[in-house]
Ligand binder design. Structure first.
Ligand SMILES: Nc1nc2c(c(=O)[nH]1)N[C@H]1C(S)=C(S)[C@@H](COP(=O)(O)OP(=O)(O)OC[C@H]3O[C@@H](n4cnc5c(N)ncnc54)[C@H](O)[C@@H]3O)O[C@H]1N2
Ligand code: MOO
Length: 399
């Protein structure tokens, strides 16, 4: 039996469970890279820039031109999309931003630092102050051919995509998305189509979790749904979900009620329980387990606020680890909270907040873990570790 004091906080527990989880394999992908995880390093196929290029629209000069008092003849043009022309012996060539600078060109002066005449230019005093190399981007100054642009395990952003295109990457090794199933439990839980009785409630956990996970291209949601509080039905549902998934996320039935079968069911299907109970609020009864082949089984508490907060705080990092991301432990901003210090309790707290116009967090007035109204009004939650002060910036987890 794993005791509640096994871990001091969420990150310890995450680290222990993450060590038992599989990493999904890689595949060659030729499109839709953004939001996926790199499986192999991306190398530069050529220097960046590929040649010495002009950083400005202007004129290509030799250093000797800067001392020349008479006007300089404009002999030719270095245009974008063309090999560079020869540098004339005495005159200059007009050059455009991004065009290759001619060999023997020492610097580029901006158009606005010249007085342009008919087929000739004069240099202004500020043009004459340019040092050698001015306004030239040197070949390979960003990166040289063969160097690593991105390491494996990186989540590909739209910005990273730009660099991958620049280096000609068409087929790329990516980790497959983590196949994830959500199973909600509880005899009182019904789907949206059912006419509800007072003793029933709609399955909000299914949709909060599917929406949260569905934001990520590195997660592949599998058919998910609801299971009654029946031990055999739960064993069957979990067994079949594990056949087609890398991770199964359950909600409800994880605390101490007579019908809270999830801990037994997880063990029955061969799950090794790493934690059952953590010093956190909400989410104290949370259960984390791994199968012998590294699949994740996470039992979230049924309370809707607790379920989604812990899906964000605990489940997403574990799925990120399985997806191959090297930065899988949550990296979130720390922001100022406009609130008075809550009473000290020996639990690591996660409190719903919304952001005000100054970008500070304000606590949402919540009636507790079943309050879906305050949950819906929140932008995310802040984290208050045991004994910490709310006057210092707190980590903010956005939805
Ligand atoms: N004796 C104790 N009782 C409880 C403890 C405890 O430590 N000792 N912990 C409390 C805490 S904290 C939580 S959180 C809950 C978690 O309990 P379960 O995970 O067993 O969840 P359930 O009892 O099944 O449900 C709790 C609550 O959430 C509603 N629910 C469940 N599933 C859904 C769903 N899919 N969509 C919307 N709402 C759902 C359910 O109806 C209950 O109201 O245990 C405390 N008790
Ligand atoms: O996880 Mo519970 O929601 O602390 O009440």
């Amino acid at each position: 039996m794993v005791t509640k004091i096994a871990f001091n906080g969420p990150d310890d527990a995450l680290a222990a469970l993450a060590g038992k989880l599989l990493t999904v394999p890689t595949e060659l992908a030729c499109s839709d890279y953004v939001g996926r995880v790199l499986g192999k390093a991306v190398l530069a196929d050529r220097d960046s820039p590929a040649a010495d290029v002009s950083a400005m629209d202007g004129y290509a000069l030799r250093m000797s031109h800067l001392k020349q008092t008479e006007s300089i003849a404009v002999i030719g043009e270095a245009a974008c999309g063309q090999p560079s022309p020869e540098m004339p012996d005495r005159g200059t060539v007009r050059i455009f931003t991004g065009a290759i600078v001619p060999a023997d060109c020492d610097l580029v002066v901006k158009r606005e630092d010249t007085i342009e005449g008919d087929g000739q230019i004069e240099l202004t005093p500020s043009a004459r102050e340019n040092p050698k190399g001015s306004n030239i981007r040197r070949a390979g100054e960003n990166l040289t051919a063969g160097s690593i642009v991105f390491n494996p395990g990186m989540l590909i952003s739209p910005a990273a995509r730009a660099a991958m295109v620049n280096f000609g990457h068409v087929g790329v090794d990516l980790h497959k998305p983590v196949r994830t199933t959500v199973i909600t439990t509880g005899d009182e839980v019904v789907d949206l189509e059912t006419t509800t009785q007072p003793w029933q409630l709609r399955n909000s956990n299914l949709w909060s979790l599917l929406s949260l996970f569905g934001q990520h291209h590195w997660i592949d949601l599998q058919p998910s749904g609801q299971c009654r509080d029946n031990k055999q039905a739960l064993v069957d549902a979990l067994t079949s979900a594990l056949e087609t998934s890398d991770a199964v996320i359950m909600t409800g039935g994880v605390s101490m009620g007579d019908y809270d079968y999830v801990p037994d069911v997880v063990r029955e299907v061969g799950g090794e329980v790493v934690f059952h109970g953590l010093p956190i609020r909400p989410g104290k009864p949370i259960l984390g387990a791994a199968t012998h082949d590294g699949k994740l089984i996470l039992g979230l508490p049924g309370n809707p606020v607790s379920a989604v907060i812990n899906a964000r705080r605990m489940v997403l990092p574990l799925l990120a680890k399985m997806s191959g991301q090297t930065k899988w432990m949550p990296i979130v901003p720390a922001i100022q909270v406009a609130a008075v210090q809550p009473k000290d309790i020996p639990l690591h707290r996660m409190l719903l907040v919304h952001l005000n116009e100054s970008g500070q967090a304000e606590l949402v007035n919540s009636k507790g873990s079943g309050d879906l109204v305050s949950l819906g009004q929140s932008d995310g939650f802040i984290e208050l570790p045991i004994g910490s002060s709310i006057t210092s910036p707190c980590r903010f987890f956005a939805w």
